[in-house]
Design a protein around this ligand. Structure first.
Ligand code: ZN
Length: 400
């Protein structure tokens, strides 16, 4: 089973707090859009939330800014879809096509962008996102794999999502996003890491100097240097997303390792636990020379006995549409790696996610074991949506 280890299915309706809006604008400007065009994109999203027709607004937006045919239109279109089920259908269709197998899977990473100033209405958006995303696991059993975002800026209420996500089996892992405004020293971090250790649940942490990082935030909060002790102290599988990219480890020194290089040294220290994913990096999206240099570097890492087992394929769909299509991103890695592609898309993700070998059941006391029990229960529920998106994944055969 080929896996996209890094994808998102939120809608603007379940995501667009004021804090997220500021981030989104920065993000739009970082790639293709002028400030005026970014403002217009945010206006478009809000108008659709108030009931305007998305297709009409998108056509006008494309004409105004000369963006006909740009993948950014697909980014905005997916964000404007009425519910997370529709975004997931688009993602799973892309994934099966690009993976060239019906049994492909995707990790669904939730996004909870709130801060101390968020209103009760804004805080409530994530509840809808959490519920709708968890529903996708039921619609695509074993193929849509939700990771619950725990945002300490929400206060102790965030811990309830840990309980409903991991203890009750709706999710198979946890997503962290420190650059939203918290550091590794936040008192909630040990609780999250302990819960993940106890449930054998993997963590995916945003790790580059871009992403959602708007006014007042500090991207260095997700520095792998800062997180190395936490990784050492807890027996948790930890994916540094975007492989840290070329983010400088020390702005004042070119000889200091980049985040990417520092992560590879962590893989050498903790080969069973430290992973990195290749989603949304600058190399694969760069010039022909940058792409060539990236492929040479990636092949070098895959040739390394330890590091080669810890690299995960991911796209960052549908955010990747800010730069290119998800299909193009898959094709880049399939072409560059040939037969080795299945190492990052099949073998390594199975280890990271803790998927059981064929014919065996996961430990019932793990997040994955509880997820299987949750799917079994939902399969027989009167209001079940079980399998409405696709048949259960092959790894669930005999477990439900
Ligand atoms: Zn992402």
């Amino acid at each position: 089973m080929r896996v996209d280890d890094h994808a998102h299915v939120f809608t603007f309706k379940t995501f667009l707090t004021r804090a997220a809006e500021a981030d989104l604008k920065v993000r739009l400007m970082a790639w293709h859009l002028s400030e005026a065009a970014a403002n217009d994109a945010v206006r478009l999203a809000k108008a659709v939330l108030l009931g305007e027709n998305a297709d009409v607004r998108l056509a006008a937006f494309a004409a105004t800014w000369g963006l006909g045919g740009s993948p950014i239109l697909e980014f905005l279109r997916r964000g404007c879809l009425p519910d997370i089920g529709a975004v997931t259908d688009a993602l799973m269709a892309d994934t099966a096509t690009a993976a060239e197998e019906a049994d492909a899977a995707a990790v669904l990473l939730m996004m909870d962008v709130v801060d101390q100033d968020s209103t009760p209405e804004e805080l409530a958006l994530y509840e809808t996102q959490f519920t709708q995303t968890a529903d996708q696991a039921e619609r695509y059993p074993g193929r849509a794999l939700p990771f619950v975002m725990i945002n300490p800026l929400r206060g102790n209420a965030a811990l309830d999502y840990l309980r409903r996500g991991l203890d009750e089996g709706r999710c198979v892992g946890v997503k962290l996003y420190p650059s939203l405004g918290y550091t590794v020293t936040d008192p909630m971090i040990p609780k999250i890491l302990r819960a993940c250790q106890d449930a054998a649940a993997p963590i995916i942490m945003h790790c580059n100097d871009a992403g959602f990082c708007g006014p007042g935030y500090d991207c260095t909060y997700c520095s792998p240097m800062d997180w190395q002790d936490a990784v050492a102290d807890y027996d948790v599988r930890f994916d540094f997303a975007h492989f840290g990219d070329h983010t400088k480890g020390n702005a004042a020194s070119d000889t200091h390792p980049s985040w990417r290089d520092f992560i590879t040294t962590l893989m050498d220290r903790f080969p069973d636990r430290v992973y990195a994913d290749v989603s949304y990096q600058s190399g694969p999206l760069g010039t022909p020379e940058e792409r060539e240099a990236y492929v040479a570097w990636l092949k070098g890492q895959l040739a390394n006995e330890k590091r080669g087992k810890n690299i995960l394929f991911g796209t960052d769909s549908f955010l990747i549409f800010l730069a290119t299509t998800a299909r193009n991103y898959w094709d880049f890695f399939k072409t560059a790696l040939g037969d080795d592609f299945n190492r990052i898309a099949v073998e390594n993700p199975a280890r990271f996610l803790g998927l059981p070998a064929a014919g065996t059941a996961p430990d019932p006391n793990t997040a994955l074991g509880r997820h299987v029990a949750y799917l079994r229960e939902r399969k027989n529920a009167p209001d079940s949506r079980f399998g409405q998106g696709s048949a259960p994944a092959g790894w669930l055969a005999g477990l439900l």
